[in-house]
Design a protein around this ligand. Structure first.
Ligand SMILES: Cc1cc2nc3c(=O)[nH]c(=O)nc-3n(C[C@H](O)[C@H](O)[C@H](O)COP(=O)(O)OP(=O)(O)OC[C@H]3O[C@@H](n4cnc5c(N)ncnc54)[C@H](O)[C@@H]3O)c2cc1C
Length: 399
């Protein structure tokens, strides 16, 4: 017998789970299911990210990213504190290492003020070492509202709340296609058919394909960018107290390799941003002909490549040669050596590319009569999850 739910969410990453969580609160009694293809929640972007609770410093005021990051950060701190999930509002610094970066650092400071950040402070070169003794820079911003958390723990806790509210979380269940019969929508999955009042697509790296399987043809495609990390050896942890970031390149949506103290006390350096040859390609050797042909056959991919080829080649070079990666780290922490770090994990970002060859900057949510498709939810979507979940929930409920 076909089961029926008011809402079925495809994707058990933090965005799908937070959306289901918000729906159970916004409409008590709603019947809801989350389908996750993997054998666990948070198996992809969510479970392989940097674990940073972003402040909202970087995003265009008024954008979905800015609004949801600032609101979501506060909601996330509150949720973690209530649930006893370890979280640390440790703050971070963004460091200019030469004069050419100072105007961009100043613009970032202003943007932070425009986004309503509290406690932002400009630091001189001498003040930087009070926060991070191993960092050398000429100017910096201290951002006290930034923090760290384990996003797998957050996702699992939200999922427990959903189950307690009567929602269903179904692992090992891949969405295959959508069928319409008598005005109703049916989801064919690897575990049988499910009827849904509405479908919410939070499929991350597969979200554009899921949309097409539903008969929605967005003017964008997902390009996978792998982010590789090195881990500091425990005896070198003293080089990094908290979070140390460079001034980002405004041409590119990624923040540049940085240092992160993880909530378990370890220190990571990275991630870079390397074009991946497979959507879920965590290793350099992972390759999917289908995934590669997908983007090679798109004019927008070539337009983007022409624009960013120099940056792209640099990322490949740093990916293959440890000394080059470490040299990038030495811009911030000059005394770090190749011996201080060992290869760490990797995550793959789902970054949407517009038909005109520009990377989509903001979150992208597309509404149809009985579906909502989340087609671009890169960083800071983990930070923003409870706010994006509320936004998507509002769209689903028509409020
Ligand atoms: C390297 C890296 C570092 C990052 N650092 C940060 C950070 O520090 N702070 C921050 O806020 N954000 C960070 N981000 C971004 C953040 O992790 C993502 O924005 C967020 O996790 C996106 O969540 P999601 O649920 O949309 O996607 P995902 O976590 O990828 O979840 C999508 C889910 O959909 C499932 N799925 C796909 N296809 C199907 C199907 N057909 N049927 C059923 N299920 C399916 C997948 O298995 C997956 O579990 C980082 C991302 C990366 C990659």
């Amino acid at each position: 017998m076909t089961r029926r739910f008011d809402v079925v969410v495809v994707g058990g990453g933090i965005v799908g789970i937070a959306t289901a969580w918000q729906l159970t609160r916004m409409r008590p009694g709603i019947t809801i299911a989350v389908l996750e293809a993997a054998d666990r929640l948070a198996a992809h972007q969510t479970g392989n990210n940097s674990g940073v609770i972003h402040s909202g410093l970087y995003y265009r005021p008024g954008s979905y990213k800015a609004q949801n990051c600032v609101a979501g950060r506060a909601m996330l701190y509150d949720y973690c504190e209530r649930k006893g999930i370890p979280v640390d509002r440790c703050g971070k610094i963004v460091v200019a290492v030469d004069e050419s970066e100072v105007p961009r650092l100043d613009a970032l400071f202003q943007r932070g003020l425009d986004n309503g950040l509290i406690g932002l402070r400009k630091l001189s070169g001498n003040e930087i070492v009070e926060y991070e003794p191993a960092v050398r820079g000429i100017k910096a911003i201290h951002v006290p509202e930034t923090g760290i958390v384990n996003y797998i723990a957050v996702t699992e806790s939200l999922a427990r709340d959903i189950a307690n509210a009567g929602g269903r979380i179904q692992l090992n269940t891949s969405f295959l296609r959508l069928v319409r019969r008598n005005g109703c929508i049916y989801l064919e999955t690897t575990q049988g058919e499910i009827e849904a009042g509405q479908l919410v697509n939070c499929g991350g790296l597969q979200s554009d394909r899921i949309a097409r399987l539903c008969g929605v043809y967005p003017d964008l495609m997902i390009i996978p960018f792998r982010g590789e990390y090195y881990t500091l050896k425990p005896e070198s942890n003293g080089l990094v107290r908290n979070l140390i970031y460079p001034v980002p390149d405004p041409q590119f949506p990624f923040l540049g390799v940085h240092f992160t103290r993880m909530i378990d006390g370890s220190r990571e350096a990275g991630p870079n941003a390397v074009l991946s040859f497979k959507r879920e390609g965590y290793k350099r050797t992972d390759f999917s002909l289908n995934d590669v042909m997908n983007y090679l056959s798109c004019r927008s991919f070539w337009t983007m490549s022409m624009r960013h080829w120099r940056m792209g080649m640099g990322e490949f070079y740093r990916s293959f040669f440890k000394y080059a990666f470490v040299r990038a780290l030495q811009r911030l922490v000059p005394e770090i050596r190749q011996d201080d770090v060992v290869p760490g994990g990797a995550g793959v970002r789902a970054q949407a590319l517009e038909h005109d060859g520009f990377l989509v900057d903001d979150f992208r949510i597309v509404r149809t009569a009985d579906m909502v498709h989340v087609l671009n939810a890169p960083s800071p979507a983990a930070t923003a999850c409870l706010s994006i979940g509320r936004t998507i929930g509002g769209i689903v409920l028509g409020s």
